[in-house]
Design a protein around this ligand. Structure first.
Ligand code: SF4
Length: 734
């Protein structure tokens, strides 16, 4: 047979016959890719493509973005509000007015009977910033509960907490352009090619132009670790020990930037005293990284003209999450690697608008990074909203991870879930299930009626999804980008903004507090509160954001008045001396004593359990589980097992295995691979009734973020393989 080029049949994509494209921003991860969605002449949404002129993704999209247009009509979407008086009864359709009247009445009943904070709100990192701001105004200004948080506590709380402790304020100081300037990159607990493929592509492009050392710290041999120059397979939960040892070497060998430390920081002596305890030999015995390798990494990092850290959940989802972030900040401050091109500690955020909720949702305080604890902030926002500042709580209420235990104890009786699915995403599913069953009133507001937490709801509100709405997202590098409405909300679904505004009318019929109806008007209102704040976006508007394909904050009204065009490359924070948010503008070097407080593998449960994201899926698969190509590539849960461990247990590749922890059990297909060491298994976190039946989720004391990645399990081969296959496959088909 001949294979001459003239005989090849090139692969052709089917012509989608796109008649018009609409600019928008991807609604999955925090990379913030600019995306255009195409419609045919009949107005049907038929295609997605990356935007060539956008600084973030430069025309590229990952697998999720490429098929994002398919989610509008995916199975499981809600179409009308549903109500039932008692759990266990069938839902009945109701009008929006009846649904929202009932919701307002139930909130009032619970607050009247048990106190204002007995009704809790848990939101998301998925809705638009204008919607976050409006939900915050409704919750803080009218409903008045202090038990209000976002599901971002499960992913980003440690980064927020660590930035605040070190620098005095939240906000990732670096940007993607730093890849083009750095001379050394350490990635902590991040599998970038799978989790954030387009950020990885930016890094890879920078590495192709100019080689620099890439060091990956991860207990698993992830795809990223396979591309690294150095892989440090750390013992789970001991990153702080490695960080202390790196600082020990830097200070012992005089590699620190003494001038930068003297001019910009406080706390060097206390830090020096703590890291003196962590010589590489001592640290190696705890964290499992060879002492010479620790010295090599410390020297590579400290001697680089500019060096940076990136990290994701391997750091954040730990009982030492906040400390791990402070540890990276300490290393950056010791070596003068803050606020300069290529020198930064850049948290890679999780959800598309995790930053929007941090900045504007009022979950942890008041909008624009204001604090409930600050009387001036309460007065300023109270006056602006026309709300008595005394109505605001004087300190932050419960975090999401404390709200569920408070349901167990009877402190909280009602809950409103906005675009979040705790029965799949929270650790220790059995406990969450009991909590949800205990509620007197649960409202689920979500684009998908089939999301698992809705099984426990009394009221379901069908929300519009992603580009059925209009507004902004903020990405990992503080870039605000625009989601244009591509298509109208499906059936009777409503934009989250409209739902919040309609509910506000039930709590404020005389209209004392203003709730603008259009997203662009909400943005104009936010700009007034943004002036002078760290996240100042007063120079932006929706049109300028679209024209620039996204603008990083800060971008002020004054900059715009001067005719400054937002730079395409990267805006960094803390570029000027003493520009941190602690007194005198100095950052804090914070000592990090280490106490090993995780569940550990033992004779009964001999494996570490690790969990993480797959490239095909997003969070609890509410969306990607229904998009054909995403789900086809990764349709069922699996458990990665080291072949040596599997041989000892008599488990063969692709057999079904029962994983058992002290909390419960889960069945998954065995994938034998050297990616995990002999004493570890890995299970993706996306699947309902799977890994979180096993996780313990001890909380970080600063951020209250759960340690999803440090638990102990044992493995058993399932005797009835057919039944296990049914459980794994059929239960997950849409
Ligand atoms: Fe969307 Fe993230 Fe993929 Fe970009 S990398 S297309 S933002 S999911």
């Amino acid at each position: 047979m001949l294979f001459g080029s003239h005989q090849r049949t090139p692969i052709r994509s089917a012509d989608k016959e796109v008649a018009s494209w609409t600019y928008t921003t991807c609604g999955y991860c925090s990379t913030g890719c600019a995306i255009e969605v195409g419609k045919n002449a009949q107005g049907q949404v038929v295609a997605s493509r990356g935007v060539g002129g956008a600084d973030v993704n430069r025309g590229k999209l990952c697998l999720k973005g490429m098929f994002e247009h398919e989610l509008f009509e995916a199975p499981g979407r809600g179409s009308e509000p549903l109500l039932r008086r008692h759990r266990g009864e069938a839902f009945a359709p109701v009008t929006w007015d009846a649904a929202l009247d009932h919701m307002a009445a139930e909130i009032r009943r619970i607050q009247g009977q048990y106190g204002r904070d007995a009704f809790a709100v848990v939101s998301t990192g998925q809705i638009l910033t204008e919607e976050f701001y409006t939900l915050g105004k409704l919750t803080r200004g009218l409903i008045g509960t202090n038990n209000y948080d976002g599901n971002t506590t499960l992913c980003m709380a440690s980064a927020v907490s660590g930035y605040k402790r070190s620098f005095g304020a939240d906000g990732p100081p670096g940007c993607y352009e730093d890849f083009e300037h750095t001379h050394c990159l350490i990635a902590w607990g991040s599998n970038l090619p799978e989790q954030h493929p387009i950020i990885y592509w930016r890094l890879k492009e920078a590495l192709e132009k100019r080689k620099f050392p890439l060091i990956v710290v991860d207990p698993r041999v992830t795809m990223f670790a396979q591309f690294a120059d150095l892989h440090l397979p750390i013992r789970p939960g001991t990153d702080v020990v490695l960080q202390n040892a790196l600082m020990h070497v830097i200070l012992a060998e005089g590699l620190e930037d003494a001038a930068y430390i003297a001019a910009n920081t406080t706390g060097i002596e206390a830090l020096r005293a703590e890291v003196a305890n962590w010589d590489p030999t001592t640290a190696a015995a705890v964290c499992g990284i060879d002492e010479d390798r620790i010295r090599t990494v410390a020297r590579l990092y400290a001697k680089a003209p500019a060096a940076m850290h990136i990290w994701t959940m391997g750091i954040n989802q730990s009982t030492h999450g906040s400390d791990g972030v402070v540890g990276m900040n300490n290393l950056a401050l010791l070596t003068g690697n803050v606020g300069k091109p290529g020198g930064t500690a850049l948290s890679i955020t999780g959800q598309c608008n995790a930053m929007g909720t941090r900045e504007w949702s009022s979950c942890s305080g008041l909008p624009g990074y204001r604090a409930l604890e600050n009387p001036e902030h309460r007065a300023e926002v109270g006056q602006f909203w026309n709300v008595d500042p005394e109505f605001f709580p004087k300190r932050r209420g419960l975090f999401q991870t404390d709200i569920f235990p408070a349901i167990e104890t009877g402190q909280i009786k009602g809950l409103w879930l906005v675009a979040t699915n705790p029965i799949t995403s929270m650790p220790n599913t059995a406990r969450i299930r009991k909590s949800l069953e205990q509620l007197e009133f649960l409202v689920v507001q979500d684009a998908y009626a089939d999301m698992e937490s809705n099984q426990y709801a009394h009221l379901y509100l069908p929300a519009a999804v992603w580009a059925e709405k209009e507004g902004t997202f903020t990405n990992t590098e503080r870039r605000v980008n625009l989601v244009r409405q591509v298509t109208r909300p499906r059936a009777a679904c409503k934009a989250d903004l409209d739902i919040f505004n309609e509910l506000a009318k039930r709590f404020d019929p005389e209209g004392r507090v203003r709730f603008p109806e259009r997203p662009a008007e909400v943005f104009e209102e936010m700009k007034q509160l943004a002036r002078g704040r760290p996240c100042d976006l007063s120079g932006m508007d929706h049109e300028l954001i679209e024209r620039q394909r996204g603008i990083q904050w800060p971008f002020t009204r004054e900059q715009r008045a001067r005719g400054e065009i937002p730079p395409a490359g990267g805006v960094r924070l803390y570029t000027a001396p003493r520009s941190f948010h602690h007194p005198e503008g100095r950052a804090r070097l914070i000592p990090l004593p280490f106490v090993d407080n995780n569940e550990q593998p033992d004779a009964q449960y001999p494996f570490w359990l690790n969990s993480g994201r797959l490239v095909e899926h997003f969070h609890t698969r509410t969306r990607t589980g229904k998009v054909g190509n995403n789900n086809k590539y990764s349709p069922i849960p699996f458990v990665e097992i080291n072949p040596d461990a599997a041989a000892e247990l008599g488990i063969r590749h692709q057999e079904y295995v029962r994983c058992v922890s002290r909390r419960g059990d889960a069945v998954a297909m065995a994938m034998l691979t050297q990616r995990v060491p002999r004493d570890m298994v890995f299970i993706p976190f996306h699947f309902f009734d799977c890994v979180n039946r096993l996780t313990l989720g001890l909380l970080d004391p600063h951020s209250r973020q759960p340690a999803f990645k440090q638990a102990a399990v044992r493995l058993e081969r399932v005797a009835d393989q057919r039944a296990a296959a049914r459980l794994c496959i059929e239960a997950r088909q849409y």
